[in-house]
Design a protein. Structure first.
Length: 235
């Protein structure tokens, strides 16, 4: 009798009990690792959002500085000694469309005018690996103005990517322009200052009347935000 009781006292867990314990631990650990994974994804998404926001803020700041300097120095500052084909004279915004913006101004403070171009690249011209294509994107070029050449006859722009992963949205132009009274300028066809050696008076009047240039961007990160199930931000 004593031997039987001693055997019962030394008895351990059964196989079924061990399986139940393993099953419960698996559920607990699975839930724990799932939460850790969600936290990591959330952290990466927020870090990505911060990078995109910083990139876009720097781009907007650069574009604002360019627009503030557009048209400086003007013809009047040189007492009409030079024309718009002189490297000392800035034509200001001389080309604008829904996807492109081109202007002239002394943005570096060097006394020599720079030709500034902003261009929306849909990515179709990319020749590298598809997974490395940064476009659709917005690109910027800054080159010194060539003397004795009109704004539309300057050298080929040298573009650098400023904003990556721009999402094309149907009916949403990248650039919009407004007059002082808030009237929207029709940019369904590009507004160009002139061609050849001639300035178009109506285009010049309209371009000089532009007081506000608006840029609208929708950018998308590579990672989805688990809290909102997307990775797009509109600026």
């Amino acid at each position: 009798m004593k031997t039987q009781k001693r055997r019962n006292a030394q008895r351990g867990f059964s196989v079924m009990e061990m399986l139940m314990v393993v099953f419960i631990l698996s559920i607990v650990l699975g839930a724990l690792f799932k939460q850790i994974e969600r936290a990591q994804n959330r952290y990466l998404a927020e870090d990505q959002k911060l990078d995109l926001t910083q990139q876009d803020r720097e781009f907007i700041d650069q574009m604002t500085r360019d627009l503030h300097q557009a048209g400086f120095p003007s013809i009047a500052q040189y007492a009409n000694q030079y024309g718009l084909n002189s490297k000392w004279i800035a034509a200001g915004v001389w080309y604008i469309s829904q996807t492109d913006l081109q202007m002239e101004g002394d943005v570096s403070g060097s006394g020599v005018v720079q030709s500034i171009s902003y261009h929306y690249d849909d990515g179709s011209s990319w020749t590298g690996a598809a997974n490395l294509n940064p476009c659709p994107c917005l690109r910027r070029s800054e080159i010194s103005k060539t003397d004795a050449a009109w704004p539309w006859a300057q050298g080929t722009p040298i573009y650098y990517t400023e904003v990556q992963n721009v999402v094309p949205v149907a009916g949403q132009p990248i650039f919009s322009a407004y007059l002082a009274d808030g009237t929207s300028v029709n940019l369904s066809t590009p507004l160009v200052l002139g061609s050849g050696t001639t300035v178009t008076p109506t285009a010049q009047t309209l371009l000089q009347g532009i007081k506000t240039v608006r840029i609208t961007l929708t950018v998308q990160g590579k990672l989805k935000d688990p809290s909102v199930h997307n990775s797009c931000w509109r600026l």
